[in-house]
Design a protein around this ligand. Sequence first.
Ligand code: ATP
Length: 145
Amino acid sequence: ETFDVIAMARTAVTSFSRSYERHITVQSREDSLLYHGDKEKLKQVIYILLDNALKYSDSDVTVRVMEGDTNIELSVDDHGPGIPKEEQPKIFDRFYRLDKARSRTTGGTGLGLSIAWAIIHAHQGTISIESEPPNGTSFIIDLPK
Ligand code: ATP
């Protein structure tokens, strides 16, 4: 189905900021951005990334949506502890969780990012990490138009 990615991101953020009472902003130069894909599954990806950003950081979270010539880029940025370079390739594995002690207190199964990875790849897209600990994490999704 064809849907507006920015409206979808705003809807996801609105329901999240209600239950978490945290400051989350959506940034985009465009007012709307049409994309053809599975809207509910992509919303689930945003939920997974937002849930992580809120769990593993305690300040503002930003969702950015950008349009390229042939792609749409979507990112979720936080100011948490970041993810060390050597851990980054493992983070999309099923059940993988970093820092077991901290992860236990935050709860979770370690499945979120592997589900996000599968959904994005089913859309012929990519999902990657930009993180220089301790300066936060960006998850960047690239979807071909
Ligand atoms: P759940 O299945 O409930 O999402 P989870 O959060 O542990 O559990 P993933 O979403 O797959 O599982 O994330 C895997 C691990 O990656 C997390 O346990 C955490 O250690 C690390 N991680 C994910 N997102 C972030 C982030 N934004 N900042 C720091 N670490 C993160």
